[in-house]
Design a protein around this ligand. Structure first.
Ligand code: UD1
Ligand code: CA
Length: 451
């Protein structure tokens, strides 16, 4: 059965107090909207329709950045969830499969839950995802009769008896697309909020002789985000789960609670993550690497056996080959560090290629930016870059070459050459003692107020 997703994402999210549309606020480095899209990825949806309103342009851009086939439809006025779904009708006119309605601000519905809903379609026309709420609050309530879902009542419209029900509506619904749109067309807005409620389709379906039922999931999956505090809570839930999954996959974490992961962080088995490490988006770390304390990584690839940190910063475009070493207070950006090379202390390596086994001395800087453009630095295999070398790009240092400490390299260094560019040293006999005397006398006169 082919699947279409309809993701409701038109709401403003007033309680976020933000200029950014709510669904674009990030959990673990990805917009909530993308989490919702990802949860349905395993179903291989043929179509994805995002219903946008507030900040529609930005919402559309985020949706297509994740899935370029995603279509955005506009809901200019937010008249309710049924009205929102109706906006997808035109885009799915020729679509013959099932539609699943998701909310862009509900990031944790699991792929298994969505699969269970699809499976339940074999026996029922309308499937609603329910959950038993710890505190049912203002959620819509699912009124069941045995296995049949008779209706959903919104809290505002519910009787005391209905409010006592703890089986609540998550908002996720699955039905054949054409049936869903027929049902939605029949929804009115005669209720306590004056809104077109998607939840009304259940009663309408029953009246038409169609069958409806609920599938349930754990409450943690249905967590919706309405405020910054709930956003932080969602992130914490994501982190706890992701850390556990990593440890189960063979990764050691000394203090897992202090490690921050992104939605797409990949780490291979037997890698050790020390405390207080941040993984920004698009990081892969292969097997048996060590990421030492207080390191910050984003957009980079760390190969087997590499050691990074403590206090290292790997920025986008960093590629560390096997058994490389990047030590404390080193920043690397858009650079390939070949196998066995070392950048151990206090360096900036940007827009560069460092050949295999090269040793980059403490304080080495690639001067990659001239104020207008960025330039490349090439460092050869087995070379030795002396401490405090400045490599003024574009420039290259050959294989087996050396630079003297403090050298400012402005011209290419051939293979096997030693480059030194600094003022030659002069030693003046006895001058230090004379200088001390002069300075001490000056200080004495100054404290006496004579100068
Ligand atoms: C909805 C359900 C309620 C359920 C709850 C779960 C209805 C009528 N009620 O209530 O049964 O328990 O979700 O969280 O469906 N949206 C649009 N356009 C609109 C209206 C809403 O895109 O015109 C989007 C919102 O941005 C949001 C989602 O749909 O992502 C849900 O809307 P919201 O107003 O939060 O619904 P609730 O009142 O919470
Ligand atoms: Ca809500």
């Amino acid at each position: 059965m082919s699947i279409a997703l309809i993701i409701l994402a038109a709401g403003k999210g007033t309680r976020m107090k933000s200029d950014l549309p709510k669904v674009l606020h990030e959990v673990a480095g990805a917009p909530m909207l993308v989490h919702a899209m990802k949860s349905a990825q395993d179903l291989e949806p043929e179509k994805t329709i995002v219903v946008a309103g507030h900040g529609a342009e930005a919402v559309g851009a985020a949706a297509s950045a994740y899935d370029e086939t995603a279509e955005v439809v506009l809901q200019t006025e937010q008249l309710g969830t049924a009205h929102a779904v109706a906006q997808a009708k035109e885009a799915l006119r020729d679509f013959d499969g099932d539609a699943i309605v998701l909310y862009g601000d509900t990031p944790f519905i699991s792929p298994a839950t969505l699969q269970a809903m699809c499976d339940a379609r074999a026996a029922h026309d309308v499937i609603v995802l329910g959950f038993v709420a710890h505190d049912p609050g203002r959620y819509g309530r699912l009124v069941m009769q045995g296995k049949s879902l008779s209706k959903i009542v919104e809290f505002k419209d519910a009787s005391d008896e209905e409010r006592a029900i703890t089986l609540c509506n998550s908002g996720v619904i699955c039905a054949k697309a054409s049936v869903l749109f027929d049902l939605v067309d029949a929804v009115g807005n005669d209720n306590a909020s004056g809104e077109y409620y998607l939840t009304d389709i259940v009663e309408i379906a029953q009246a038409k002789g169609l069958s409806a039922t609920s599938v349930t999931c754990d409450e943690s999956e249905t967590l919706g985000v309405n405020s910054r505090a709930q956003l932080a809570e969602a992130d914490a839930i994501f982190q706890a789960k992701a850390r556990l999954e990593l440890m189960e996959a063979g990764i050691t974490m000394h203090a897992p609670d202090t490690v921050y992961l992104s939605h797409d962080t990949y780490i291979g088995p037997d890698t050790v993550i020390e405390p207080n490490v941040v993984f920004g988006p698009e990081v892969t770390v292969e097997n048996g690497a060590t990421i030492r304390a207080f390191s910050h990584l984003e957009g980079c690839h760390v190969s087997r056996g590499a050691v990074v940190g403590p206090y290292a910063r790997l920025r986008p475009g960093t590629e560390l080959a096997e058994f490389t070493r990047v030590g404390n207070f080193v920043e690397i950006k858009n650079a390939v560090i070949d196998e066995g090379a070392k950048v151990n202390h206090l360096s900036y390596i940007g827009d560069a290629h460092v050949g295999p086994r090269a040793n980059i001395g403490a304080g080495t800087i690639t001067c990659n930016y001239d104020g207008v453009m960025k330039h490349h630095t090439e460092i050869g295999a087995d070379s030795f870059i002396g401490s405090n070398t400045l490599l003024v790009a574009p420039v290259s240092v050959g294989a087996n070459a050396m630079t003297g400490s403090g050298t400012v390299v402005t011209k290419d260094v051939p293979d096997e050459a030693l480059a030194i560019a600094r003022t030659p040293q002069v030693n003046k006999a006895g001058l230090a003692v004379k200088l001390f005397d002069i300075l001490k006398k000056k200080k004495f006169l100054k404290t006496k107020g004579a100068v």
